[in-house]
Design a binder for this molecule. Structure first.
Ligand SMILES: N[C@@H](CCC(=O)N[C@@H](CS)C(=O)NCC(=O)O)C(=O)O
Length: 226
């Protein structure tokens, strides 16, 4: 049985939920609340699973895998279909590049502990934190919008339903949660029409719909409705 340590609003966990759903793998969700009691991810029992104290973590048959992209690649290797990475090495390189552009160069800068540090250690107020988050998301999305457009090449526009081609890949698994973050932080995403169109299309697919934060059993919405 696959067990996913997750938090409904965590975009890194959202990536893994999409990957599991796309591959049709059932899993048990173990909620790790990032805010309650100072953060359940900082407890010794969780640190025993994930030395960095971040979500998500995947546990399966005695194996424990921290880091969302390592988890997605592990799932890809043990359940190759449907593919999250294209068949040709050159296409895989592009998809991995796009995924890393979000996962390494955008997402960490709007992560909870970074924003807490800005507030507590550097004295940033809400407005400054908002400017910080917006700056890094806009910078990352500007590049990704251009990159996705360049990759569209000669394919008809409707064939480019995802970041790279028609089918969802690891790049989309990173983009959709980051778009969720952008909206949540009130970032104006109008300058990114391609990224928006891709997200609209993907968010309607069952695998993405079931992975969205508000659909999780530990979401504020789910807990409020009992
Ligand atoms: N690179 C990591 C990032 C994980 C990460 O930053 N998780 C966030 C939630 S999206 C977290 O646990 N934050 C807790 C904190 O910053 O204290 C991954 O892809 O798994």
């Amino acid at each position: 049985m696959l067990r996913l340590y997750t938090y409904w609003r965590s975009s890194a966990a959202y990536r893994v939920r999409i990957a599991l759903n796309l591959k049709g793998l059932s899993y048990e969700s173990v909620p790790v609340h990032l805010l309650r009691d100072g953060g359940e991810h900082k407890r010794p029992d969780y640190l025993g699973l994930h030395p960095q104290g971040l979500v998500p973590t995947l546990a399966a048959d005695g194996l424990v895998v921290p880091q969302s992209l390592a988890i997605c690649e592990y799932l890809e290797e043990i359940h190759p279909e449907p593919r999250l990475l294209p068949g040709a090495a050159r296409d895989r390189a592009t998809v991995r590049g796009m995924a890393l552009a979000v996962a390494c160069d955008v997402h960490p800068l709007n992560n909870l502990s970074i924003l807490q540090y800005l507030r507590a250690e550097l004295g940033a107020d809400d407005a400054a934190v908002g400017r910080w988050v917006t700056h890094w998301i806009v910078r990352g999305f500007t590049a990704l919008e251009r990159w996705v457009e360049a990759c569209a090449g000669s394919t008809p526009a409707q064939a480019q339903r995802a970041c790279y081609g028609a089918a969802p890949t690891l790049a989309d698994i990173c983009l959709v949660p980051q778009m969720y973050n952008a909206r949540r932080f009130g970032v104006d995403v109008a300058p990114f029409p391609r990224l928006q169109a891709i997200c609209r299309h993907l968010e309607a697919l069952p695998a993405f719909e079931a992975a969205r934060p508000e659909a999780q059993p530990d979401s504020e919405q789910a807990l409020a409705s009992g």
